[in-house]
Design a protein around this ligand. Structure first.
Ligand code: SF4
Length: 332
């Protein structure tokens, strides 16, 4: 669902009074990748044309309309490339573009991003993943998926690849609260996520979790409950998005009908910090907000401004003398 091409850049180094020197407000993916690979690693988005189990007719004959924030006709904005282009061509083009914008980029991870990238028979998945790994500048894979698209055979395949190469699975959860999963029309429960998550963890596959903050009717207590729960699950990484409205979605209808309220940038920053304060410091924070291009986004306005959320969050971290993990393991 997300639109990230870039591995997060570093946050500004700071000193926090009375707490010793802390270089970062939160642990960025960029820093984690430099430790893992010893150089600057960037994600290059790959669209292998996968479909999504939450869209279309499911195995029980039920119509699935997709998540309310997703443009199910195009999976925009995350479906950036025309599906059907050979994977190696997509990678070549993506790397060329990244190197032009970010000359420090040295190695690359193929990021299977749009839609549900485990939604195919394992034999087909194997061919697709191996194709990406053939590229000389690709050092690993990140694979975005849903909790209901991880059957045992697919996990066996992912486990086998991860024994040889860097592989990270990103599972879209979005919320631990059933009221929010229903509102978003995710089509799965939290317990379904837990079941998949435990099966993935059992195989020692690196696992990240996607979450949305700023969902209507989630209050501060809900956000803190989510943080504590995710801290307990202890994934390798967390990717945070603010809820944002993209053209062509049911969420856009709500917004246009005046039925949706979104947090201001300051309210969102408070939520992110409340959340990160309860997350173990070693968990990688892959991103802390969503950004979408003018072409797709309707609201909030601040999502259109590059780095606006990140800068606001960093300022607030400083103001609150806070950092990731400040309250982890404490009663707060
Ligand atoms: S799971 Fe992802 S691709 Fe499927 S409908 Fe939801 S956001 Fe869209």
């Amino acid at each position: 669902m997300d639109s990230d091409l870039q591995i997060s850049s570093l946050t500004k180094p700071i000193l926090t009074s009375g707490l010793g020197e802390r270089r970062f407000f939160y642990r960025t993916l960029g820093e984690a990748m430099r430790r893992e690979f010893g150089c600057n690693v960037w994600k290059v988005s790959v669209d292998a044309g996968f479909s999504c189990p939450n869209v279309g007719i499911d195995g029980n004959g039920n119509v699935r309309n997709g998540c309310i924030f997703c443009d199910i006709n195009s999976f925009s904005p995350s479906r950036r490339f025309v599906a059907g282009k050979p994977i190696l061509v997509q990678i070549d083009e993506g790397i060329t573009q990244l190197k032009r914008h970010y000359p420090k980029a040295q190695k690359f991870i193929a990021y299977f991003q749009p839609s549900t990238n485990t939604n195919a028979p394992p034999e087909q998945l194997k061919i697709i993943y191996n194709e990406a790994l053939k590229h000389p500048e690709i050092v690993g894979l990140t694979i975005g998926t849903r909790p209901d698209a991880l059957p045992e055979e697919v996990l066996e395949l992912l486990a086998a690849i991860s024994r040889e190469k860097y592989l990270q699975l990103e599972i879209g959860l979005q919320s631990i609260h059933q009221k929010s999963l229903d509102f978003l029309n995710r089509g799965h429960t939290y317990s379904a996520f837990i079941d998949s998550y435990n099966r993935v963890k059992k195989r020692k596959i690196k696992t990240g979790v996607h979450l949305i903050l700023g969902i209507p009717n989630e209050n501060r207590d809900d956000v803190i409950e989510t943080a504590k729960e995710i801290a307990y699950l202890n994934p390798v990484s967390i990717k945070l998005h603010n809820l944002y409205v993209v053209r062509g979605t049911r969420l856009a209808d709500y917004w246009n009908d005046g039925k949706l309220t979104l947090p201001t940038i300051d309210e969102y920053a408070e939520m992110v910090i409340d959340f990160l304060e309860r997350i173990p410091p070693e968990i990688i924070i892959d991103r802390i907000s969503s950004e979408a291009t003018e072409e797709y986004i309707i609201a909030p306005d601040w999502s259109r401004i590059k780095h606006a959320a990140r800068n606001t969050i960093n300022k607030l971290f400083l103001l609150r003398k806070s950092y990731q993990g400040k309250y982890y393991g404490k009663f707060s």
